[in-house]
Design a protein around this ligand. Structure first.
Ligand code: ATP
Length: 588
């Protein structure tokens, strides 16, 4: 397949503005793609060469990419810099420079998708000392054989700025339309994706072996499983009622969720976003080797920072010290952690995700050797709302956020990749009416004035509409930011800047600056109201109106552990709104 065919699609996708059109175009593209390379086409379209959990990134800075442009085009440094400054995009700058180069290169053979992919793969695999120079060499070689339009996308991919707005879910939709042919098989596609977290692999299996192939996909140690997530309710009674009168209640530890894969002595740790974070936690690797008694296992735990002197739990923020690339060993000593295991998904060849929680818990208990650093989550089986309530207060007293209350019985499986009512979180309520914080995605910004001149005055925040796979605005937030935040935000958001509203963003508000939905922030507000401007829950309560958060404030918590699709959903906002109405009615 020629790379120019892909480029043609990219240009079309860039020109459209809706999610449905995007899916249709993707279906068309994937239909034309030879099955053997469909995984590569999928990764490239997402701006990647491997699924994110592999942890091999292209990692080419704009500056380096521009050097490759200079080498490939024969243009001067000044010309390249000028184009970059003027166009503000490394892809467009490269396109312009290469369009100007001499005639000779026009005789070069046309690039295939494989040519581009394998060069990018080599770039990703170059690491360590001197690797930057080699990356530039490979890239300039590739650009030298590329048409200007092709160069535009190659450059965007290597610099991590593909930004077509296509996400894993969009691809999954396209695949199920193309190879599933109906609603009944949709679940198979989802499950295949949820237990492998590798959309390229799912695409290739579907293309080569169809639905039968998808059915054969199994959980594998080393390939992360997309996490099961919890819904929320605000009282013990409500929760018990929802769960049919009985439950397994567990402490909700305030740390970092980790999915740990173990095969003999080999241990890999994935974050909630399924990034490989093993290198940040050499101590956890050791603990798992010693105290998890299984040849093969996939477990989930909450990793909590503790005070080394008292063993008390510390707030989640303390784990930030582990994010530093250097001095991990120092951080290990200064900021020790404790693991609280709460689930077992796979054990010595046995897939436990479809087993009820009682069985998973039993199996978990049988392989965990408890020490002062390795614990099972504290849990009780109960059907008594008073006992549940007491347990909740005990959890808070012990430094937890509250409880995760889990359904029991045959149906209580591990639903990978789903937020549902099998797990319900009960968190401490805040002083304001809005019972809980929400995690929203930054999709736009407004210029600041006066004291905030030169930075942002406010951010446009959106919730995630899972069904439509779009981000719908729900508030404009200007409070709660410290001076440090205000200084940091433009820098943090710079890589996501785009010249127009993103194709997967819906808002009735016109921002001054638009962003690709990436950065997730924790927001608290006073209440949820009906709004003619914001698009979350559009039409669900009242025709022509959406929902908005009133008096929103940033809590100070950057949710870097969350992908945009992990943000609070519009359904959750709607649910919060309904609950609020109910409370008002009860109080009256
Ligand atoms: P929040 O923003 O409330 O932390 P979240 O969106 O990150 O939630 P949720 O699914 O809403 O994730 O809440 C469940 C989270 O609680 C899990 O992701 C996990 O990190 C954490 N957790 C702590 N203790 C437990 C436990 N015993 N069982 C399950 N999850 C737990």
């Amino acid at each position: 397949m020629l790379f120019s065919e892909l480029v043609e699609f990219y240009e079309k996708i860039e020109a459209i503005s809706g999610r449905i059109e995007m899916t249709n175009l993707l279906v068309e593209l994937l239909r034309k793609t030879p099955p053997e390379i469909i995984d590569k086409v999928v990764y490239l379209t997402l701006g990647e060469v491997y699924p994110p959990f592999v942890g091999l990134e292209l990692g080419v800075a704009d500056r380096l990419a521009l050097r490759a442009v200079k080498l490939a085009s024969g243009a001067s440094e000044k010309e390249v810099d000028q184009a970059y400054k003027q166009l503000g995009d490394v892809g467009l700058a490269g396109e312009r420079m290469l369009a100007k180069r001499s005639q000779a290169t026009l005789f070069v053979q046309e690039l295939t998708v494989e040519d581009v992919y394998s060069a990018l793969e080599r770039i990703a695999r170059e690491t360590g000392e001197g690797s930057m120079e080699t990356k530039v060499q490979i890239l300039s070689g590739l650009l030298a054989s590329a048409q200007p339009r092709e160069a535009k996308y190659i450059l965007r991919i290597v610099t991590g700025k593909m930004r077509l707005g296509v996400a894993d879910m969009t691809i999954l939709d396209a695949l199920s339309i193309l190879y599933g042919g109906g609603k009944e098989t949709r679940e198979l596609f989802e499950r295949a994706y949820n237990i492998t977290s590798d959309i390229g692999f799912v695409a290739k299996t579907a293309a080569l072996e169809g639905v039968e192939g998808l059915k054969k996909i199994r959980i594998t140690v080393g390939r992360p499983i997309r996490p099961m997530l919890a819904e929320r309710l605000s009282s013990a009674e409500e929760i018990l009622q929802k769960l049919g009168g009985k439950c397994l209640a567990e402490y909700k530890y305030d740390g970092e969720r980790q999915q740990i894969h173990k095969r003999a002595d080999e241990v890999v740790i994935f974050s909630r976003r399924l990034e490989n974070i093993t290198s940040q936690y050499p101590d956890v690797v050791e603990l798992v080797r010693k105290h998890v008694k299984a040849d093969e296992a996939i477990l989930e735990c909450e990793c909590v920072a503790i005070d080394p002197d008292t063993g008390d739990m510390l707030p989640f923020q303390e784990l930030m010290h582990r994010k530093r690339k250097h001095d991990v060993h120092k951080a290990v000593e200064q900021y020790p952690v404790r693991l609280h295991f709460f689930d077992l998904l796979y054990h010595n060849g046995r897939d436990l995700t479809l087993e009820p929680i009682e069985e998973r818990r039993r199996a978990l208990e049988s392989i965990i050797e408890e020490t002062d650093r390795v614990k099972l989550s504290r849990a009780i089986f109960t059907s008594d709302p008073r006992e549940l309530e007491k347990f909740f207060h005990e959890a808070i007293e012990n430094g937890c956020e509250g409880l995760v209350v889990k359904a029991v019985g045959e149906e209580a499986i591990y639903r990978a990749g789903a937020r549902g009512w099998l797990w319900i979180k009960l968190k401490r309520s805040y002083k304001s009416e809005m019972m809980d914080t929400v995690d929203l995605v930054v999709v736009g910004a407004f210029h600041g004035r006066g004291k905030r001149g030169g930075t942002y005055g406010a951010l446009l925040m959106a919730a995630y509409n899972k069904e439509k796979d779009v981000f719908q605005s729900v508030c404009k937030v200007g409070s709660g930011f410290t001076d440090e935040d205000l200084q940091k935000l433009p820098e943090m958001l710079e890589p996501y800047k785009i010249p127009h509203k993103h194709a997967r963003v819906e808002s009735g508000m016109e921002a001054d600056i638009w962003f690709e939905p990436r950065l997730v922030l924790e927001i608290i507000g006073d209440e949820i109201t009906i709004s003619p401007i914001h698009r979350a829950g559009w039409g669900a309560v009242k025709e022509g109106f959406g929902l908005a958060i009133r008096f929103p404030r940033f809590t100070g918590r950057y949710r870097l552990d969350k992908a945009p699709e992990d943000a609070t959903t519009t359904d959750e906002i709607l649910e919060m709104y309904r609950r609020q109405l109910k409370k008002i009615a009860e109080a009256a």
